[in-house]
Structure formats: structure tokens, C-alpha cells
Write a protein that binds this ligand. Structure first.
Ligand SMILES: Cc1cc2nc3c(=O)[nH]c(=O)nc-3n(C[C@H](O)[C@H](O)[C@H](O)COP(=O)(O)OP(=O)(O)OC[C@H]3O[C@@H](n4cnc5c(N)ncnc54)[C@H](O)[C@@H]3O)c2cc1C
Length: 496
């Protein structure tokens, strides 16, 4: 054996000129970093590349926001409980990982979603998709909107296109096209809930570009959604219906995805408890050096930063203050999940549906509640129920500062009021996700464009994560995989 190349000991017969033996650092072991590291591993194997991949994670576990906890026979999700199948990247990754048989769709019965209105749960009318109705009769019948509100929604069919130049807030768009009842009673809790955000600030083009496109191309959003709906029903009738529901999860919880990826990463190349604090580029030697809080140094040819934007900003502050300033300006909100388990017999009335959302106008201490064990099989043993409430977000950040006791009691008071649950839970698990949800405020896309244009000037440095082109698991996987592919293109790594 001889020490050859810059990074590792290679067998004599595989001695390589210095430039062939490459190392790529992936910083951050959330799903974005894991997807990046796994894609690099796959490509390295497929193309037989001489390359080392190092995954550096600050905490002592992988997964970032994703974590699944088993409590007896209950399966509690600390963070995300599912991913969308309309965007292909998460589903494809599961297929490549051999996890297809582990995927589970949402329950086919009890699919109701409720909205809290004037203190009680009202059914979200069937076919009401985020901000517009796609079915007439349930919309006419619903007590969720006043007659005046319904008339205003129906007017959308005849409204001209908007004339707003540049980005617009989601709230402005919904108010302009559908009126304030839809905004306050449905769009704010449903869409604001996805982003743990205030729709008055959310950028329409960065979060729901589809609706903007519908207005541009079809003028009426309702009309465009009706046509899409008809096409979908046509396909279903023709027998080409989707195999999976809109959201799916894994039988063992979302952690299964994390574990499956980490089991396939090269052994010894994942460093936990390794927080990167700085990054330096030596343009002469063409080497990146990452320094850690433990005063370690890791050299590499390329770096993928799959971190929250504020962490990436800190790391890049000395190297590129302008990019660091832009990254640091992306705001974040925090959210907590409070999971509560009950015996079915403890519930005074039957609970059906996937859960409910709570408009800010209702002034309650939860923003939503998922009926976890009804939505997905295998979340609670027979005869039991698992509920999960969400607390905090951009509109109620003070609630996340409560201690566990106060938070649990606040949630239980809401459940007693809304679902008449007075029994003691079998257990309660609280998980806090501080600074976890990037806020795509108006102007977000332009900011990301500026960041990416600027970063393109630095060699072999890529960003991945939920701060840029989508917050969902599928988007994060896409961002990690794209960063990996771009990195290999830039480095032009040779085959062994
Ligand atoms: C409560 C909640 C529920 C959600 N529900 C869903 C859902 O059902 N479906 C869905 O699609 N999405 C959901 N999301 C969104 C989704 O979970 C996140 O957007 C996604 O997990 C983010 O992944 P990430 O890898 O980009 O970031 P993170 O998960 O934040 O991972 C970043 C990692 O970087 C590490 N790190 C930070 N700084 C450093 C450093 N200096 N050096 C080294 N490592 C560092 C962190 O420790 C962390 O592990 C939810 C989010 C939350 C908070």
C-alpha cells in the first residue's frame, strides 16, 4: 500500500494521478443531504468513479426533521408523516431503495377533512381543493361559507386575469379571486399550515405557482381545476388510475427512509456530531477545507451544503458575505407536534376523517390536528387512537415557548372543546422543531436566483435543502439529487 492521491490509501495496482482521486463533502444529514449523498453513491457505483463521499452531520443522529418513535405498539412521527406522490422524486427514491412494498397509502375510508368554524368542526366540502371548489353540490350545501361568500367564490368564473406585475402574496391572490371568506376559513389554515406561515407574506409564485399558471393560461382558476378534475376522472374510468394515494408513508414510519439510505452509504464515511463552522477555498490547490466546531479539518474537491439557510449563511459568511447575507435573510418559523394516545372507549363520540385545520381567526392554541391512526394503518394498536396536534408556526410563535406541561394542557383543552375528549391520554409526546420551516416570502424566487447566480462563480459548491425550491420531502430529495448530479458534472470525475 502507498499513500497516493490526497485523501486515502489506495492499493498499489489502483494508484492514480492526484487529480483523479476525489472527495465530496455533504454537510447536513437531513433528507436533502441524505438524498445527495445517496445519489453520489449510486452514480459513483454505476459509473465506477474513483470518489469518496463524506457526510458530516452536526447532531448525533441522521434524518433532521424526520424522526419516528415507537411507543409500545404506537408509531409516533415527530416531524413529517408522509410525502406527496404527485411529485415523483420521493417515490422514485423509495423504488430504488427497494422500499415499494413498505409504502402505504392513506386510508380509503374516513377521508374527511374538517375546518374549525365558529367553535365547531365543519366538513371541508368534498372536492374543495386548497382554495377553490371542484364539485358544485357539496359546495352549495356547505355551512362553511355564507351565501354572500359562496356568491363571491362563484364570481371567480367571470373575473378577468389579474394585472399584478411581479410577485404577489398568496393572501392577495386568494382575496382578489375568491374573496376573504376563502382566505380566512380555508386557504390560510390549509396552505399556511403546510408552510407554518402567514399567507399575507407567502409568495404565490414560490409556493403555489400552479394557481398562478391557471390564471395566466385559463383565466378562471375554478374552470382550470374543473377541467383537470374531469381529465383525472376520465383516466380513472379508463383504468389508468394512480397506484398510490396523493400522500404515502412507510410501514415503519418516515424514519425507515432515513435508515434505508444510511444503510447504503459507504461505511465509515458518515460523521455524526460534526458541526461545520467554516469553509475555505484554496484557489491555488483547488481544495475546499471545512472546519468543524471540534477543530477538525476536512479537505475536499466539492462541497454540498444541505443545511438550513441560516446555517449555510454562517458557514459562508467569511468566504462570501454577499451570499451569506442573502441566505441569512430567508426567515424561518418553528413548529411543535403534540401526539396523544387514547383508548377508543375513552372517546365520547366517534372520530372519523384525517383531521382538522384551525383558521387563525378562531384564536386557538393549535393550528391543526391529524387523526394519525385513521389516516394511516399501523399507527396505533386495535381499539386505540393516535392524534397529533400542531402548535406554533409563523402566526403563533409564542406558543412554542410554553413548557411541555403547559403545551400539553393547552392542546388537551382544545381537544376537549372541539372533540369532547376529556379522558387522560395514555401518553403524550412533544417534539419541537425550532427554526425548521423556511418562509417563502414575496420575492423568494428572485432571492434564490440571486443566490444561485452568485454561487455559480464558486467552483464545486452547491446548496440543497428545503430553503430553496420547495419544503416537502419530495422537493428536498430532488434538491439533494440535483446538487449531486451538478457536482459530478462540474468535477468531471474520471472512472477507475
Ligand atoms: C413538524 C413538521 C412536519 C412536516 N410534515 C411534512 C410532511 O408530512 N410531508 C412533507 O413532505 N414535508 C413535511 N415537512 C417538511 C419536511 O420535513 C422538511 O422540509 C424536510 O425534512 C427538510 O429536510 P432538510 O434535509 O432540507 O433539512 P433538515 O431536516 O433541517 O436537515 C438539516 C440537517 O443539517 C444539520 N446541520 C445544521 N447545521 C449543520 C452544520 N453546521 N454542520 C453539519 N450539519 C448541520 C442539522 O442537524 C440537520 O440534521 C414537515 C416539517 C416539520 C417541521
Amino acid at each position: 500500500m502507498v499513500v497516493k492521491g490526497r485523501w486515502q490509501v489506495v492499493p498499489e495496482k489502483r494508484q492514480l494521478p492526484i487529480s483523479m482521486n476525489r472527495r465530496i463533502i455533504v454537510a447536513g444529514g437531513g433528507i436533502s443531504g441524505l438524498a445527495a449523498a445517496y445519489r453520489l453513491t449510486e452514480l459513483s457505483r454505476e459509473r465506477n468513479l474513483e470518489m469518496e463521499i463524506l457526510l458530516l452531520e452536526a447532531s448525533h443522529r441522521l434524518g433532521g426533521n424526520i424522526a419516528t418513535e415507537r411507543v409500545g405498539e404506537f408509531l409516533v412521527e415527530a416531524g413529517p408523516d408522509s410525502f406527496i406522490t404527485e411529485k415523483p422524486w420521493a417515490l422514485r427514491l423509495c423504488e430504488r431503495l427497494g422500499l415499494t412494498s413498505r409504502l402505504i397509502s392513506t386510508s380509503t375510508t374516513n377521508q374527511n377533512i374538517y375546518v374549525v368554524h365558529e367553535g365547531s368542526l365543519r366538513l371541508l366540502p368534498e372536492g374543495f381543493f386548497l382554495l377553490a371548489p371542484t364539485r358544485l353540490w357539496p359546495f352549495i350545501q356547505t355551512p362553511l361559507f355564507s351565501w354572500k361568500g359562496k356568491l363571491r367564490i362563484a364570481c371567480e368564473l367571470f373575473l378577468p386575469r389579474g394585472s399584478i406585475d411581479g410577485d404577489e402574496s398568496l393572501a392577495s391572490f386568494v382575496r382578489r379571486r375568491f374573496g376573504s371568506e376563502v382566505l380566512e376559513r380555508v386557504a390560510q389554515p390549509l396552505i399556511g399550515g403546510i408552510y407554518a406561515a402567514d399567507p399575507e407574506q407567502l409568495s404565490l409564485s414560490a409556493t403555489m405557482p400552479r394557481f398562478l399558471e391557471m390564471e395566466r393560461t385559463r383565466r378562471s382558476v375554478i374552470w382550470a381545476m374543473w377541467s383537470e378534475q374531469r381529465q383525472r376522472s376520465g383516466k380513472q374510468r379508463a383504468g389508468s388510475g394512480a397506484r398510490w394515494s396523493l400522500f404515502v408513508t412507510l410501514a415503519g414510519g418516515m424514519q425507515e427512509l432515513v435508515d434505508s439510505i444510511s444503510a447504503r452509504l459507504p461505511t465509515g464515511n458518515v460523521h455524526l456530531g460534526t458541526e461545520i463552522t467554516g469553509l475555505n477555498w484554496d484557489s491555488g490547490k483547488k481544495i475546499w477545507t471545512a472546519t468543524t466546531s471540534g477543530n477538525e479539518r476536512f479537505n475536499a474537491d466539492g462541497v454540498i451544503l444541505a443545511l438550513p439557510a441560516y446555517n449555510a449563511a454562517q458557514i459562508l459568511s467569511a468566504l462570501d458575505p454577499q451570499v451569506a447575507q442573502e441566505l441569512g435573510a430567508i426567515p424561518y418559523s418553528s413548529a411543535g407536534t403534540v401526539s396523544l394516545a387514547y383508548r377508543l372507549g375513552d372517546l365520547p363520540r366517534g372520530i372519523n376523517g384525517f383531521g382538522f385545520v384551525v383558521p387563525a381567526a378562531e384564536s386557538r392554541s393549535i393550528i391543526a390536528c391529524t387523526f394519525s391512526s385513521i389516516k394511516y394503518a399501523g399507527r396505533a394498536p386495535a381499539g386505540h387512537l393516535l392524534l397529533r396536534a400542531f402548535v406554533g408556526g409563523a402566526m403563533q410563535p409564542q406558543l412554542l415557548k410554553q413548557d411541555d406541561y403547559t403545551m400539553e394542557n393547552g392542546v388537551r383543552r382544545e381537544l376537549a372543546d372541539l372533540l369532547a375528549i376529556k379522558a387522560e391520554p395514555l401518553f403524550c409526546r412533544i417534539h419541537r422543531h425550532t427554526g425548521s420551516m423556511p418562509q417563502y416570502h414575496v420575492g423568494h424566487r428572485e432571492r434564490i436566483e440571486r443566490i444561485e447566480t452568485h454561487l455559480a462563480k464558486l467552483p464545486a459548491l452547491a446548496l440543497a435543502g428545503n430553503a430553496y425550491h420547495g419544503v416537502g420531502i419530495a422537493d428536498c430529495i430532488h434538491s439533494g439529487e440535483e446538487a449531486a448530479e451538478r457536482m459530478l458534472q462540474q468535477l468531471k470525475i474520471r472512472t477507475v
